[in-house]
Write a protein that binds this ligand. Sequence first.
Ligand code: BTN
Length: 255
Amino acid sequence: LPKLNTKQLGRNIDYYTSCTSTQIIAADKARQGASHGTVIISEEQTAGKGRLERSWDSTANKGIWMSVIIRPNISPEFAAQFTLVSAVAINQAIQEVTNLTPQIKWPNDILINGKKVTGILTELQADMDIVHSIIIGIGVNVNQELSAFDESIQNIATSLKMENGEEVDRSLLVAKILYYLEKYGDLYVEKGFEPIKILWESHNCTIGKRIRATMLRETLEGVALGITKDGVLELRLDSGEIRGIYSADIHLLGR
Ligand code: BTN
């Protein structure tokens, strides 16, 4: 990566032309003791993993499919906030490399003109009170054309190229993502969630909207009021009751 200007992130990179899932490889490497900042990146994934046991379409040579192993000195209860840290970092990187204005849908999808360009999958390896590693899986649709997307998702997914009309330099974008991931990750470890919360809020497209939150056991509809000091989404139901959402699939209903 010629343009890399990080201290640790991406200093150790495993590059594949094809693999099952960078997330699976990274989990193994993390268990074997891979160092903080190790990156697994592949041109193509044959079994890309999405959130909630879904699959992730990982077309060859068109996207960024990578997993970053980090070993922050935090307790496991704070690990979930790293997913918002990642969203802020990637959002910033995309904005700088493309001049597009991406927005974050809670917790960590990145949308452009209402369609998804980036998904993040964060997995934790921890014991009771110690984080061994956090594996941040990042999928960015970069240079795909519409035909690369399954028809069933063509109206909800997009690529950077489809949005700005030109090819994007993937290695430059990878370097920028790693730069901001390191910067905001360090900021988070040093100063806590507050500065990240402000960044997240200023780039989000969820707060103030009517949303539907689909969870394992129930589906709720209401207005997203904001996020708490811990990153939990607060939802005001039509009954007036306020509920904290810790993990869900969010559908923006507009208004
Ligand atoms: C989501 O469902 O929005 C998360 C998608 C995460 C995809 C990335 S691509 C690199 C890494 N390897 C995987 O198998 N998944 C993540």
